[in-house]
Every structure is written in structure tokens, then in C-alpha cells.
Design a protein around this ligand. Structure first.
Ligand code: FAD
Ligand code: DLZ
Ligand code: SF4
Length: 518
């Protein structure tokens, strides 16, 4: 806390710079012109944020520890940092309440903050000026390549959007992986070389981990007491919580995993959580790493001959393409996007997502990995956990709440379009042209889960039939009216057309029994 001697003129009243838990960058917009001598930085751990979904304890621990470390780093730079802990008895437990209290405490002349990652927080921010009685400036979050207005302009007039075209524009605009206006290697996308199943014998990258320091230990104790009952284990917390360690994580990924990232991007293997993924999303989303520096590091690895183009292009596309694209859609379509449910899915999310028992080995493995790490990689989220939610017709709102709660990297701007758009097709095909519905065959091709499962992935109906199989056909039958006319699903519907009436009836009946028993 700062102390002022005597009454202050407005000119000398400090500016209050409020930094959210996912804005932990020295160059965040709200800090750009900050003066250590006069300005006050505010960070606050608040109950509204810890409780709006039942977050995985590791997610809360990660953010609190990263926030506390960031506060220390800013103090070391000479800033006065007002840090409100969750257990501070005066804590009002809301952003609005803490900003208001801090304005009074410091007699601040104005509040400066950065555009948040969630609509509900923006909505809240819009009431701060009136509540605090001082001007509140909300600055654009320019950590992203594509400003929200730029995305709006790009999307304007398009009935359906396509990530691939957005991505090409972003490549042109940023110059990433471009040579004299042309894509490096003569192609925009090298996915045809990617997505191979994992060979039986392959050298996997070593783990990267950070030993908890005193600040993290304190946070772990607080989180264990307050949030120990939430789904998720706190054991073995080893994530980076500082920019310095996040940069080490980036360097580790570039040298050990990036070269094979493209080849095995879609592969899954029991007992191997990480494979060739970066695990950088929590750091990118919380501000410990910048998207520009991560993409630049990957491009440098390619230019230096340390990683092949299919890997580097594939990796950069995830960040420059998908990450920016989903954010653009979120801010374009909210708040209605959160209500979308085109396929009229009404089933409550089954308990197995929260750790309930299941004989489906793929689901059990992916839920367990999520419980242990607060992380699962893209194909586990999309083609196992998401695919199942799609096939059973789980309610989009409940599915979205689950994803928002259980992953270390989850904030609504990135989670919601992935769930409603990519996984559940709840947005009617605005984000992606068709649902990623798949039978057990896909999971069998990309993983070894089926070899350890009590179901038979090759069987469609009967006692041992893999549930993904009959649920898949049942999904297609159920949604024939809505999806049958979709050009990109014509082959699938053609094969459904060849299914005889008896098999159709058997599939529907087994799916019905299975769903009733869920
Ligand atoms: P890598 O495989 O190493 O990929 C590199 C980076 O690309 C990631 O760090 C991430 O920043 C970015 N990226 C990749 N795919 C996407 C995508 N579809 N959308 C946005 N960014 C992407 N990602 C989140 O950051 N937060 C979420 O809440 C989130 N929820 C998801 C929910 C569902 C249903 C699905 C299918 C995907 C979700 N993703 C989310 C995207 C993706 O699964 C994660 O970004 C990725 O698994 C993070 O692990 P990684 O850093 O090892 O990724
Ligand atoms: C996710 C989260 C949690 C659990 N707790 C806090 C907190 O106590 N204080 C804070 O500033 N931010 C927290 N966050 C991140 C916010 O929820 C996030 O900044 C908003 O959702 C906007 O993206
Ligand atoms: Fe999953 Fe079916 Fe394979 Fe079992 S057989 S692991 S349920 S896809």
C-alpha cells in the first residue's frame, strides 16, 4: 500500500492500473506508460473468479502463484503493487469491489485496465466508472495479432467463416513463414504430411518441470484448504509460474518436441501425457509468454534447420490461425454464442466427466489425465471427450462449463468457440463446416486405448460393441434432417443410406439403452 502525506491535488493523485490474473505481461496495455514513482498497480484474488465455475485446483494454484510472482517482479522494478489475497478479511471478493476499494484507498484519479478475456468481466467493467466515481479506461488487449475490430471487418458479410482463409490473411499480414509475399515452401498448409499414428518405438521428449518455490507452496496450501474438493488433483504441481520459467518451457519445446510436432499432432498413447505437444497454452493465455515471440521462436527453428516445415507451419497455424480465429468469433458473437444449441442437445453431462467410473478406456484415460494435470491435448479434448459429448447430445452449456473448469488454459474467449463451434456444432456451422463426429475407428487408428478396453472397437452392435460405434450411427440417424444436406457429410450419409433397416434398428435400440443407463 502507498502512503501519502497531506492532501493531494488531482494532478498528483495516482493512476490505478488494474491487472487481471490472465494479463501477467510487463508489456500489457494497461502498464505501457506506467510510472513507478506515481502509479499504483492492483492485482486481486477474488471469490467471483474462483467460484464462477468449479476450477481445477491446479488452475487456481497456477494463476495465484503466477499473479503473486508477477507482483514481486513489478515491485522489483520499483512499482508500488497493491496485492489483495483471497484470505484478506477486507476482500470484497469481486473485481468491482476491489477496484472501488483501491480507488478510495489510494485516492486514485483514474483506473486503467486492459480488455478482459470474458464477456461477463467486460460487462462488469462497464459499471466500474459509475461505482468508483473516476474515469475507467479499458485498453485494447494487443497481445493478439488480430484486433477484434479487424476480425469483425474480415467476417463482415460472410455467412460461414473458414479458418484457413483467415490464417492465410494473417500470414500475409504478419509476414510469418513468408518469403517475398509467398508462403515458405510454396504451400500454406502441410497437413497432408502430418497426423501420423505414433510408431511403437519412438523416442519421446523429456519432461519439463519446475519445482515449486515458497510462493507456490503457500498458494498450494491455500488452494488445498479452499478448493480441495473441486474435481482435480493438486499433487505434483510442476508448472512454470514466472515468465523466466515459461521461457525455459518454450526453449524446451522448441528443441525437444517441435521437430516431430506435426507428424504426431493427433496421436494419443496410454501413459504418455505430453507426446510432442508444447503445453504452452497456459503461459500464452495468462500472459507469461507472448504469441509473437512463440511463433517467432518456431520460425527461427525452421530457418536454422532445427525443425522441418510441416512441424513449424502446423504449430504456427495453431497460434496464428486457430487461436486468433476462435477469439475473433467469441467477441463477434457474444453474448448469443453462449446460448447456441442448433442440434437441440438436452442431455445432462454424465458424471463420468467428473471422474465417475466408465468401462470406456479412452474416456477413462482422458478424464484421468485431466484430473491429474488440468491438461489434455487437442485430440483428446476434441475426438475423445468432445466427440462423446457430441454423440450423446450433451447440453452445450454444461459441456462448456466443464471445459472451462478443468483445464489450466481455459478462459471463455478460447474455450467457448472450441466447445460450441468445433466440438458440438451448436453454432450451426459458423466456426467449422461440419461436426467432428467419429466412430471408435478414429480413436483406434490414433491411439492404443482400444487395446486396453473391455469393448471391441471393431463391433458396432452387441454386448461388446464399442459405444462410440453405435452412438456415432445413432447421432447421424438422429440428426439426418439437420446434417443430411451438408455437402461435407455427403459420403457419410451415403454410407448410412446403405445400412439395412435391421441394423439401423439395432443401432438405435442399443444407443437408446446405453443413453438411458448413462
Ligand atoms: P499444442 O498442441 O502444443 O498447440 C500449440 C498452441 O496452439 C497451443 O498452446 C494453443 O495456444 C494453440 N491452439 C491449438 N489449438 C487451438 C485451438 N483449437 N484453439 C485455440 N488455440 C489453439 N485451448 C486453450 O488455450 N484454452 C481452452 O480453454 C481450450 N479449450 C478447448 C476446448 C476444446 C473442446 C477443444 C477441442 C480445444 C480447446 N483448446 C483450448 C485448444 C487446444 O486443445 C489447446 O490449446 C491445446 O490442447 C493446449 O495444449 P498445448 O499448449 O500443448 O497445445
Ligand atoms: C481464472 C481466475 C481465477 C480462478 N481467479 C482469479 C483471481 O482471483 N483474480 C484475477 O484477477 N483473475 C482470476 N482468474 C482469471 C480471470 O477469471 C480472468 O482474468 C477473466 O476471466 C478474464 O479473462
Ligand atoms: Fe474407446 Fe471404443 Fe476404443 Fe474402448 S473400444 S477405447 S470405448 S474407442
Amino acid at each position: 500500500m502507498s502512503h501519502h502525506i497531506g492532501p493531494m491535488s488531482k494532478k498528483h493523485r495516482p493512476k490505478l492500473r488494474f491487472i487481471l490474473g490472465d494479463q501477467l505481461s510487463r508489456d500489457i496495455a494497461a502498464l505501457r506508460d506506467a510510472e513507478p514513482a506515481t502509479d499504483i498497480l492492483l492485482l486481486a484474488e477474488v471469490g467471483t473468479e474462483t467460484d464462477y465455475v468449479p476450477h481445477h485446483p491446479k488452475k487456481i494454484a497456477f494463476l495465484f502463484s503466477a499473479m503473486r510472482h508477477f507482483a514481486e517482479e513489478m515491485r522489483a522494478e520499483g512499482f508500488t503493487v497493491d496485492y489483495v489475497t483471497l484470505d484478506d478479511t477486507a476482500n470484497t471478493q469481486s473485481f468491482a469491489g476491489e477496484v472501488q476499494r483501491a480507488v478510495q484507498r489510494h485516492k486514485a484519479a483514474e483506473v486503467i485496465t486492459t480488455f478482459p478475456g470474458e464477456f461477463r468481466v467486460l460487462d462488469d467493467m462497464q459499471g466500474w466508472e459509475q461505482a468508483c466515481g473516476v474515469p475507467v479506461e479499458i485498453r485494447e488487449d494487443d497481445r493478439f495479432f488480430c484486433p477484434t475490430a479487424r476480425f469483425r471487418g474480415w467476417a463482415d458479410g460472410k455467412r460461414q467463416l473458414r479458418m484457413e482463409f483467415f490464417y492465410r490473411d494473417m500470414r500475409r499480414e504478419t509476414g510469418l513463414l513468408m518469403d517475398e509475399g509467398e508462403p515458405v515452401g510454396g504451400q500454406w498448409n502441410f497437413d497432408a504430411d502430418n497426423r501420423k499414428p505414433l510408431p511403437a518405438r519412438i523416442h519421446l521428449p523429456p519432461d519439463f518441470f519446475v519445482k515449486p518455490d515458497r510462493i507456490t507452496e503457500d498458494v498450494l496450501a491455500l488452494v488445498a484448504t479452499r478448493f480441495g474438493r473441486n474435481f482435480g488433483s493438486l499433487d505434483g504441481f510442476d508448472y512454470a509460474v514466472t515468465r523466466k520459467d515459461a521461457l525455459r518451457a518454450l526453449a524446451h519445446f522448441i528443441s525437444h518436441a517441435l521437430p516431430s510436432f506435426g507428424d504426431y499432432q493427433d496421436a494419443m498413447r496410454q501413459g504418455e501425457d505430453r507426446l510432442f505437444h508444447s503445453l504452452l497454452s497456459p503461459y500464452l493465455n495468462a500472459g507469461l509468454l507472448g504469441a509473437r515471440e512463440v511463433c517467432a521462436a518456431a520460425e527461427t527453428a525452421y530457418r536454422d534447420g532445427q525443425a522441418p516445415l510441416n512441424a513449424v507451419e502446423g504449430f504456427i497455424r495453431q497460434i496464428l490461425g486457430w487461436r486468433e480465429y476462435v477469439r475473433g468469433i467469441y467477441w463477434l458473437k457474444m453474448p448469443d454464442y453462449a446460448e447456441s444449441n442448433t442440434l437441440d442437445a438436452q442431455r445432462p453431462l454424465p458424471w463420468l466427466y467428473w471422474g465417475g467410473e466408465t468401462a470406456m478406456n479412452c474416456m477413462a484415460q482422458c478424464v484421468d489425465q485431466t484430473r491429474r494435470l488440468a491438461h489434455a491435448h487437442h485430440i483428446q479434448r476434441l475426438m475423445v471427450l468432445g466427440n462423446f459429448a457430441l454423440l450423446i447430445g450433451a447440453r452445450p452449456k454444461e459441456v462448456a462449463e466443464w471445459y472451462l473448469a478443468v483445464y489450466l488454459d481455459a478462459y471463455e474467449w478460447v474455450e467457448l468457440p472450441n466447445v460450441h463451434g468445433m466440438v458440438l456444432h451448436a453454432d450451426g456451422g459458423y466456426l467449422g463446416s461440419k461436426p467432428y463426429a467419429a466412430s471408435g475407428k478414429y480413436i483406434d487408428r490414433m491411439s492404443d486405448y482400444c487395446r486396453h478396453c473391455r469393448y471391441d472397437v471393431k463391433t458396432v452392435v452387441g454386448d461388446k460393441a464399442c459405444p462410440f460405434n453405435f452412438l456415432y450411427w445413432n447421432f447421424l440417424i438422429k440428426n439426418e434432417k439437420r446434417l443430411g444436406a451438408n455437402q461435407r457429410m455427403s459420403l457419410i450419409y451415403a454410407s448410412l443410406g446403405r445400412m439395412d433397416a435391421a441394423k439401423r434398428a439395432a443401432v438405435t435400440s442399443q444407443a437408446k439403452d446405453f443413453l438411458n443407463a448413462l
